[in-house]
Every structure is written in C-alpha cells, then in structure tokens.
Design a protein around this ligand. Structure first.
Ligand SMILES: [Fe+2]
Length: 383
C-alpha cells in the first residue's frame, strides 16, 4: 500500500540551524515584537559564555533580558512556578531557554501554565529555544516532562502550543560538549529516529526525516565523539538531531523510551545511555513480533543487501547498534551500568503505562517487557 495517507505535521514556525545561527535570534524576536525576554536556564549555563552570547545578541537588538537560572535536571513544578513569577514580575513577552532538554522543558511548561492557565495570550509568550546539545530535540517538539517533587511523579505535557516559536541549533554552541554528553545525546537522537521510523503513527514525511537522521548519525556520531572540534561532524549531528526531533515529535516513540524512562527514574542514568543500552534488545523484540522495517534501515546503511526475515534483519541491525554503542563508550549491558534484576518487574509495569508505548509497533505483555530488560541486562555478544 502507498505511504501517502492524510496526516498533520507540526514543527517550529522558525528555525535557525548551523554555524553561528544564534546571531539571528535578536532579529527574529524583534519581528515578533519582543522587547523583554526571560532567559530560562540552569546555574552552570547561566554563567557560561553561551548565555553571555545570547544576552549580547539580544542587547544589540534592543531587547532587555532577565535570567531565571534555577532549572535542575528533571525540572519540577516548583521551578516552573518560580520562572512564571519572574516572567510576570519583569513584564516579559518572551521565554528564551538555553541548554539541553531540562531548560527547554521548564520554559515550555511555563508557557503552558501561562497560556492554558488563562494568564497570558499565546502570542504574548513567544518561546525561543537555544539548543546546546545534539540532541534531545526538545527545542522543537511538543513534549515536556515536569516532575512533581512531592510524590516524585513525572507528568508529560503534550500540546502544540509548547512547540517553540523559534528553535536555534547553533553548532558553535555545541563544539565544547564533552565526549560523554556527545555520546549520550547523539545516541538519543538515533533512538528517536529509529522509534519514529517504526512507529504506528509513521507516515511519508516521518519516514524521510527519520531515515535521513539515522544516516547522519551513522556518518557523524563516532566522528563527533572522537574529534569534538570537527565542524562537519558537529553540523551533521545538529541536523541529525533536528530531523530526528521532527520525526518523533509527530510520530511518537516506542518501547525503547518507555523502558528507558524507568531506568532514568529508578537509577538516574543519563537518558541517552539508558536508550542506548536498551536499543538492541528492543529491536530484536519488535523484529520477533514481525516489525519488518529494520531491514530497510540496514539496507540504507549498507549493513547488508537483499531481503531477510524480520528476525534476521533485526538481529543484524541490533548488532550494528551494539557495535556503535561500544565505539562511543556506552556500557555493554544493564549489569555493567549497575541495574538490579529485582527491579525489572516494577519497571516493566510502569513502562507499560508510559505514553511512548502506545506507538510501538508491537504491543508487549508484562512478561515480554521483563524479558527485554533481562536481555538488555545480558547485552549483546559482539562478533
Ligand atoms: Fe529521548
């Protein structure tokens, strides 16, 4: 059957991507009639040259800036409230988040609170996201995750109004990323692209963007990891993570993220590392349940030629991911990362409730998910 079914597609109204892209931010905000912006970021980033650069660019355009620097990893409802108060107190009309996923999620939740709470009109809260990693894709998606500190529950917000009005992916801001962060965020982008490619919500545009993202990660992640100052590799990863973000923001994710979220909540492992360790076992599981799309990816990456059964293609593609993980210093299995088998059942129960599971190509049982955790605990024997 052809692939051109009817669908809707959301992405930021304006994106600046590539070397020195942040230079354009002031002009873009002025066009949207912004004159007072609240920068939302974490303490480290607030003192960095990246924030100094953003403040300088905005100042040149005559935009006054205020800074909320209280964002922590896994931002909380308290941080969202604090930032919203700063926004109102300083009579701002833009939120400018700087960083990886957490500041963007916090700023997106502030906009959600102000607009959906009836405090401000949508066009009085312009949202600009300046991304410094490659990448969570948070600078362009309609998702944010906020933690309630009282009961430690994570609440996902899914709403088109929190898609940033302006996304900035400036490669110059990504050049200083340390190796570990390059690996974790880069393989997260790969997980986004793979999960979007096989999602039940997959469509023609998602197929194109996800496949190109996979191709770019294949070409550039190891290079960016080994040579952090390689501009082509950093540019390639910036585009890869953006395309992957476009794909999953519209197609949703799958079993890898549903299971990885539980590793993050239980062990506070970096999100990308959790995804990376689970990817091979999840690919094998979906392939065994009949998902035949991994063969398409494998042929595109020239891992093999010709047609194989879903299981064999899945096995070959899972092996490729395991080798990629090894090259970028990801632990070979969950055991090496300190995960305990006694937690598998509870994590599997929660993974089945995770919104990401809804768009996985196979619908697993509780025992299936426990089985995938067990397989990832053992890892892949590399040949
Ligand atoms: Fe992710």
């Amino acid at each position: 059957m052809h692939n051109f079914k009817r669908f809707s597609f959301f992405m930021p109204g304006e994106t600046w991507i590539g070397f020195s892209a942040v230079e354009e931010l002031g002009r873009s905000l002025i066009k949207k009639r912004v004159d007072r912006g609240l920068i939302v970021t974490d303490e480290f980033m607030a003192g960095s040259k990246v924030t100094a650069k953003v403040v300088e660019v905005l100042k040149e355009s005559g935009i006054e800036t205020f800074i909320y620097s209280g964002v922590k990893p896994d931002p909380t409802t308290d941080q969202v409230s604090e930032a919203a108060i700063e926004f109102k107190k300083n009579r701002c009309n833009a939120l400018i988040s700087i960083g990886g996923g957490s500041p963007h999620d916090c700023a997106k939740a502030v906009k959600y609170l102000l607009v959906r709470g009836g405090v401000c009109e949508k066009d009085k809260v312009i949202l600009a996201a300046v991304n410094t990693t490659a990448g969570t894709g948070s600078e362009l998606t309609k998702f944010a995750v906020i933690t309630d500190p009282e009961n430690q529950t994570k609440t996902p917000i899914v709403d088109e109004i929190i898609i940033p009005d302006i996304a900035v992916d400036d490669t110059t801001l990504m050049m200083d990323m340390p190796k570990g962060l390059t690996a974790a965020t880069g393989i997260d982008a790969m997980a986004h692209a793979i999960e979007a490619f096989v999602s039940t919500e997959r469509n023609y545009i998602i197929g194109c963007t996800a496949m190109e993202a996979i191709r770019l990660v294949d070409k550039y992640l190891v290079m960016a990891y080994n040579q952090g100052d390689n501009v082509e590799a950093r540019d390639g990863m910036a585009y890869a993570q953006y395309l992957a973000g476009m794909a999953f923001s519209n197609a949703g994710l799958g079993i890898v993220h549903a299971m990885a979220h539980q590793l993050g909540a239980t062990y506070h492992l970096p999100h990308g590392v959790s995804n990376a360790m689970l990817l091979p076992s999840c690919i094998r599981y979906n392939a065994a349940k009949g998902c035949d799309l991994y063969g398409e990816i494998g042929r595109e990456l020239k891992l093999f030629h010709g047609n194989f059964s879903p299981e064999i293609a899945g096995e070959k593609f899972a092996g490729y991911i395991a080798r990629l993980n090894k090259e970028i210093g990801i632990p070979a299995n969950l055991k090496e990362a300190g995960v305990k088998p006694e937690d598998f059942r509870e994590m599997a129960e929660k993974a089945l409730q995770d919104v990401c599971m809804e768009t996985n190509p196979a619908a697993p049982t509780l025992e299936d998910v426990i089985g995938v955790y067990e397989a990832a605990y053992k890892g892949t024997t590399l040949r």
